[in-house]
Structure formats: structure tokens, C-alpha cells
Design a protein around this ligand. Structure first.
Ligand code: PCA
Length: 227
């Protein structure tokens, strides 16, 4: 594993979630980060943080948490309402094009995340190994080729770049609604796909374990999609 080994070999895993946005007053990605905070996985300590869903603060919040904690692994989480499975995001793109205002009321149309940055950056998490573990554990999951153009893509893009600069694995996982968050966002509506927070907590703990065990072996990612 790369990263900053502390005295005694103690490692830190940073897991981030988001606060509310739009009609998603109850964002399960924040709940998941909170639930994982303080967990121990393979001797590493998980620190959960919740970021405001605001385009102007997200970069500083990420950089601040990375400077403070110097983690060995960074996994960012956000909700993708309606998706039926955990989405291992493959690529972040250098676009902010918001379908709705952020939580501070800011809307951005067709602007880059980082001016002059590369068009796209790949996840630095061992996606194939996580996918294999989740399939073995019967966790609904897939590799997604788009994280959208909203705050999650913005954070994912920044996380990949920061991860590369700091020499640590970093990436993004979109999660489904929970039964409760779906009911809060769409009161009175038939719920779409949901997944319980307990299932997601267990899945994230095993994904973290896989990331920490990964020796950097190249495992082919067989998760192609027809457009
Ligand atoms: N999901 C949104 C932003 C915050 C969140 O949890 C997204 O997919 O961009």
C-alpha cells in the first residue's frame, strides 16, 4: 500500500459523504460516512466526513481533510437516486453542468472543474477487485461509466487528482437511496430501487479491506457496457 505510514504502521482511511441537496434532505451518503466513522478495517482507522453539497466549498473541504488526516486511502460517496446498485465510478470528467442548484443556490452551466485540467481522470481504486468481492458477497454492484456532471463528479475529479498527487488510491462510489431517504425525497410516491444502510455499511467495509489488501496487481476489468 502506498501513502503516509504513521509511526507504528497505523493507517487512516478517509470516507466522505454529502449533506442535503435539492429534495434530498436526507442524504444516505452522509449517513454512511457517519456509520463508518471510527471503524477499524485491517488495522486501519476509518474517518468519516460529510461535505456540504456546494460547488464553491467542496475543493477546500477535500484539501483540508486530506491535509489534516493524510489518509492512505480516499473513498468518496454520493447518492445516485434511482440507481439500483452500488456504482463503482470509473471516470470523472472535467465538466460542471448542474441540473439543479447546489445547496447554496449556485448553478453552474458548462464550466470545467479545473481550468486547463485533463478532460477525464480515472478512478484510482482497484475497481476489478472490489467488483469481484462484492459479486462474491452477493452485493448488487456495477461499474458505472458516468458520475454525472454535478457535485459528485466534481468531487470525484478533484479526489482522483489529489489522490495521484499524494500517491494514494482515491475514487468515488455512488449509492442508491435507502428506503427512508426515498420516502423523504418522494413522499407518497411508490419507492424506486433502494438498498438498506446496513447492507451498504457491510459492503463499504469489505471494499475498504480489498483496497488495503490490494498489492497493485493488474486485474483486468471486465465490465464493459454497450452505449
Ligand atoms: N449526489 C449528487 C450530489 C450529492 C449527492 O449525494 C450527485 O450525484 O452529484
Amino acid at each position: 500500500m502506498t501513502g503516509t505510514a504513521r509511526p507504528g504502521g497505523h493507517h487512516i482511511v478517509l470516507v466522505t459523504g454529502f449533506g442535503p441537496f435539492g429534495k434530498h434532505l436526507d442524504n444516505p451518503s452522509g449517513d454512511l460516512a457517519r456509520r463508518l466513522d471510527g471503524a477499524t478495517v485491517a488495522g486501519a482507522t476509518v474517518v468519516g466526513r460529510i461535505f456540504e453539497t456546494s460547488t464553491d466549498t467542496i475543493g477546500a473541504n477535500l484539501a483540508g481533510a486530506l491535509d489534516e488526516l493524510a489518509p492512505d486511502l480516499l473513498i468518496c460517496l454520493g447518492i445516485a437516486p434511482g440507481r439500483p446498485a452500488l456504482s463503482l465510478e470509473r471516470i470523472a470528467i472535467n465538466v460542471r453542468d448542474f441540473p439543479l442548484p447546489d445547496h447554496s443556490g449556485v448553478t453552474v452551466a458548462d464550466e470545467p472543474v479545473v481550468t486547463g485540467g485533463p478532460d477525464g481522470v480515472f478512478s484510482r481504486l482497484p475497481l476489478a477487485s472490489i467488483l469481484r468481492r462484492w459479486r462474491k458477497d452477493d452485493v448488487p454492484c456495477h461499474v458505472s461509466n458516468t458520475a454525472g456532471t454535478y457535485l459528485c463528479n466534481q468531487l470525484f475529479y478533484l479526489a482522483c487528482r489529489q489522490g495521484r498527487d499524494r500517491g494514494i488510491p482515491a475514487g468515488f462510489i455512488h449509492i442508491p437511496d435507502t428506503p427512508r431517504s426515498a420516502a423523504v425525497a418522494e413522499p407518497g410516491r411508490e419507492p424506486g430501487a433502494t438498498m438498506s444502510l446496513d447492507v451498504m455499511v457491510a459492503a463499504l467495509l469489505s471494499a475498504i479491506e480489498v483496497c488495503l489488501e490490494e498489492r497493485g496487481d493488474q486485474v483486468a476489468l471486465t465490465a464493459g457496457a454497450v452505449a
